[in-house]
Design a protein around this ligand. Structure first.
Ligand code: ADP
Ligand code: MG
Length: 233
């Protein structure tokens, strides 16, 4: 996955804020890249552009060598659902669904309603297996309000994995967790990266968390600076 010379500005009142000013970032298959940078430096914006949640003003995003940012909305939706998985600082699980239902939800969106009902048992088995994999086999009937922060993030990771994404985009995944729980989430992400050759691009403002990846880049003044810290991995 590769983002090239990305420019993105937002209009705030009368002012134009140029957030990204020619930022470039790529990750090869199976690579785990951290993006660090100060709050407001455009880390989330960059991740959204890469994952087709937002469009660049200038620049392009390529997946397997083909440009994807300029595709029509249907094709972008498809890629968003098939190629990318997303996790966020605040988990974004749906409060009225059980953990199992939350994890199954992306498959409801992917298949039509009829397709979903035909494959319901299979999808349920798949979700249970992934929940087991992230260490939540004993929590499947619980609602999000009944889970700890670490469990919620594991649940969000399980939900991101059910569509078998090739690229996981993680926006401050440990940002709301204490150090020890954050460490457990990083251990899980590293395991998923190693076992499944899952490409991961993770945004964080925490250098110790960033150092867990293969490679670290810094977003500064709208551009990406190359490797800044030797990785601990
Ligand atoms: P980071 O994730 O590094 O903290 P963001 O990418 O969230 O930074 O934001 C970068 C800048 O762009 C901030 O100044 C933020 O206020 C602004 N910004 C982000 N999204 C929007 C938006 N949808 N509308 C207006 N301004 C935005
Ligand atoms: Mg952010």
């Amino acid at each position: 996955i590769s983002a090239k010379a990305i420019q993105k500005a937002y209009t705030k009142g009368e002012h134009q804020v140029r957030v990204l000013r020619g930022a470039g970032l790529s990750a090869t298959e199976g690579e785990f890249v951290s993006v660090i940078g100060q709050s407001g430096s455009g880390k989330s914006t960059m991740l959204h552009v890469i994952g087709l949640l937002d469009s660049p003003d200038v620049g392009e995003v390529l997946y397997e060598g083909k440009r994807i940012d300029n595709l029509n909305e249907t094709a972008r939706d498809l890629l968003r659902n098939r190629v990318f998985g997303f996790i966020f600082q605040f988990y974004h699980l749906l409060p009225e669904l059980s953990l199992l239902e939350n994890v199954m939800a992306p498959q409801m969106i992917r298949h039509s309603m009829l397709g979903f009902w035909k494959q319901r048992r299979e999808i349920r088995q798949q979700a249970l297996q992934i929940l087991e994999e992230v260490g939540l086999g004993h929590r499947v009937k619980h609602r999000p309000s009944e889970l700890s922060g670490g469990e919620l993030q594991r649940g969000a990771i399980a939900r991101a994995l059910i569509t078998r994404p090739r690229v996981l985009l993680a926006d401050e995944p440990t940002g709301n967790l204490d150090a020890e729980t954050g460490h457990e989430i990083m251990t899980l992400l590293k395991k998923l990266n190693e076992d499944n050759q899952l490409t991961i691009i993770m945004v964080t403002h925490d250098e110790a968390v960033a150092a867990q990846a293969h490679r670290i880049v810094r977003l500064k003044e709208g551009r990406i600076e190359k490797a800044v810290i030797a990785s601990a991995m």
